[in-house]
Design a protein around this ligand. Structure first.
Ligand code: EPU
Length: 339
């Protein structure tokens, strides 16, 4: 095995659920050459590779019999600036929230609603991260990825990424492309998105009527901190299920029995349901089984109170899925990748 690979490494510090499984081999990539070296060596040794970023969208249910390659590349730069529209580029290993803060410090707007999301820049396009009415597709320009089948560098523009709700080409072909760096179009002029949930109200409570991007970011951070547990304090992977998109007729049937149903009509005529609401109605909010639980403030978030295994969390998730299917006829799809 390569001299730079560690063996039998606990992955507890590398996944936000804090699941204590071991990687057979572990290494970190600080640049493109490290990535290529690690992949070449793994191919020579016929060792499979699991690429991770911040480990914030991952449920590890077993020891990883593979090389875990953690993206740790760094670099944030402005590529173009016409005085209003500014193109920035970030390396895959950059942690997301510090990148957002950096952009705000440059006087750039566009990422403020995506404040405080855990994870890395390279993982963000995988599931088209989104929050409070903005998804990265809204500010995305292009990315550079390594095609693991051909060894070639490829550029993907917005259309080629096939972004959908918590979805992309890369998520549908997990393991095929390794994202190296991402470019975003930001702006010196704020186009505020304040209509989602409590954002506008939070700002007005603070007496802010003409917010800056930094003000919006601060409001988003305070809203998130109230409901979403900090992975440094309580293991979790954010929303554990996607909000299900169902036919309008099914949403209507559910609403007849449950008038409080939280539902958002979609452009295609279907309806997105708030999975957290369904799970809370079913009585799971605050439920705990050993160290695996459903967060007491946000039913869409599963938490590890300390020693839960990935298998226990997965079993709890499956029970919730079965119950929601039985009660409402709705299938919940997991958001994190399962290993
Ligand atoms: N709700 C409940 N009970 C709960 C949780 C939510 O009734 O326990 C209701 C809320 O009252 C609200 C609705 O469900 O009416 C939506 O709740 P919230 O605004 O908290 O958002 P969410 O749908 O639960 C989604 C994203 C989050 C993102 C927020 C804000 C998904 C799967 N999750 O959550 O993203 O931060 O909206 O935009 O789309 C993530 O993906 O990891 C994530 C945290």
């Amino acid at each position: 095995m390569s001299g730079q690979w560690q063996e039998q490494v606990s992955l507890k510090p590398y996944n936000t659920f804090g699941i204590d499984v071991k990687a057979r081999y572990f290494t970190q990539a600080h640049n493109d050459a490290d990535v290529r070296d690690a992949l070449a060596e793994a191919a020579r040794q016929q060792v499979p590779v699991l690429v991770i970023g911040g480990g914030s969208n991952l449920l590890l249910t077993t020891d990883v019999q593979a090389l875990v390659l953690r993206m740790a590349s760094s670099g944030l730069r402005i590529l173009a600036d016409d005085g209003e529209r500014v193109i920035v580029e970030a390396e895959a290993g950059e942690p997301w929230h510090p990148f957002v803060q950096w952009s705000l410090a440059q006087g750039l707007a566009g990422l403020e609603n995506l404040s405080l999301i855990p994870g890395t820049v390279g993982a963000a396009p995988m599931q088209n991260i989104g929050a409070y009415g903005v998804e990265i597709k809204d500010v995305f320009v292009s990315l550079t990825a390594l095609d693991r089948q051909t060894g070639e560098l490829c550029e993907f523009d917005l259309e080629q990424c096939q972004f959908g709700y918590r979805d992309s080409l890369f998520k549908r072909h997990l393991g095929r492309w390794l994202i190296l760096r991402v470019r975003f179009a930001l702006s010196r002029v704020l186009q505020a998105h304040l209509d989602y949930g409590p954002v506008r109200q939070r700002l007005s409570e603070q007496g802010i009527t003409a917010p800056t991007a930094q003000d919006v970011s601060n409001a988003i951070c305070s809203i998130r901190r109230e409901k979403l547990p900090d992975p440094a304090e309580l293991g979790n992977a954010g929303s554990f299920f996607k909000n299900p998109v169902v036919p309008a007729a099914l949403a209507e049937r559910i609403r007849q029995q449950h008038p409080g149903l939280v539902a958002y009509p979609q452009a295609d005529g279907q309806v997105k349901l708030a999975a957290g609401w369904l799970i809370e109605q079913a009585g799971w909010k605050g439920y705990r089984e050993g160290d695996a639980g459903v967060h007491r403030l946000q039913a869409l978030v599963l938490v590890n109170y300390g020693q839960a295994s990935g298998k226990q969390l997965h079993q709890l998730a499956q029970k919730i899925q079965a119950d929601i299917l039985e009660r409402f006829g709705v299938e919940l799809e997991m958001e994190p990748n399962l290993y």
